[in-house]
Design a protein. Sequence first.
Length: 203
Amino acid sequence: MHCRLRSATLPDLGVVLRWIGSPEQLQSWGLSGTLFPPEAARIWSLIGADAGTAFVLADRTGQVVGFGQAVPRTGEEVHLVRIIVAPALRGRGMGRLLCLALMERAVRRWHPLVFTLKVFEDNGPAVSLYRSLGFREYPAETSGTLLAMSAPGRVPAWRGNRWPRAQEVSGPIGSRGSPGRPKPGSCPPPVRQRWMSACPWSL
């Protein structure tokens, strides 16, 4: 499936919120279950969404298949938050495409040294995905069942039809230079075609 990352809109969020079917699912998404059923305008304001930090992954027809935020916290850190994929497409690699697209956008805009995120430890598929992208647990920020994770501020390299294993993209964090800074060629090069066959998302 060819997809592209674009800035989210309020109607997009309305679509995304229909994927959340219970207070427990809303809490897993990072909001209080007391807000269920969620109302798009209220949630948009509550999560501080805007065109520069909130994004959707859309398929060739324009249908929204994923949502996430990439939020700069300091001059060296970008926090990934509220990652969600359409229920019908879960388990098909869309979460990976979404995360990589968010990381690529963040590297181009902010050049972070580190990416951070938080995930409930009982969300096995998400934890496995983040580890495969180079994220590691960060005990100092972990609270209860909510794991804090961090990864170098670069995009895992695209290598033919194989995604890199976690150990291939992990490394020391916090010092300028490798691997915190993106290296030339670490992100897919810009191309004229909106839909690309060699890369899973459109720039």
